[in-house]
Design a protein around this ligand. Structure first.
Ligand SMILES: O=P(O)(O)OC[C@H]1O[C@@H](O)[C@H](O)[C@@H]1O
Length: 153
């Protein structure tokens, strides 16, 4: 496994999340994050979120990036696709508490946002909470995580 800087973050969107992604990329760069953008790179209303989410999820899984952010229209499709990749623990985030608690208790490593649901100010809050949170790793957390990892083998 590669050594990963906690500042190295992957991001992607389809057309439903494109506008929000562009704002978030600028926001993260301003906050000294090192961003790998997995597309989309232009607004194309016929593109398909798995084409961007799967490469991002693989980069999270193989530690090319520390954590990932995937944005589609609702965040639902992105979440379904991302969780197909072993080692990815993705969740659709629509509140501040889950943005950090999902990492603290469940070691979430990829968040999904809805570009048609979540405004930029809320997205900023959720993303910073997600990126700054750390897995607590208590015995019960590790026990639950192992039960998930066991079915990925
Ligand atoms: O713009 P259309 O194609 O109608 O809807 C795409 C959105 O529908 C869901 O699958 C995803 O959230 C995606 O962003």
């Amino acid at each position: 496994m590669q050594i990963k800087s906690k500042k190295k973050i992957g991001i992607c969107s389809d057309h439903g999340g494109f506008e929000l992604k562009e704002k978030i990329v600028s926001f993260l760069i301003r906050n000294n994050y090192d961003i790998i953008d997995f597309g989309a790179f232009s607004l194309d209303n016929t593109d398909d979120f798995p084409d961007f989410v799967i490469p991002l999820a693989k980069a999270v899984s193989n530690a090319e990036v520390f954590r990932g952010i995937a944005i589609c229209g609702s965040g639902v499709g992105a979440c379904i696709a991302a969780n197909k990749i072993p080692g990815v623990r993705a969740a659709l985030i629509n509140d501040y508490f889950s943005a950090h608690q999902g990492v603290e208790d469940d070691d979430m490593n990829l968040i999904c946002l809805g570009g048609r649901i979540t405004g930029f100010a809320s997205a900023e809050e959720y993303i910073l909470a997600f990126l700054k949170a750390e897995f607590i790793g208590a015995e019960r957390h590790l026990r639950r995580l192992k039960k998930i990892q066991d079915i990925e083998k």
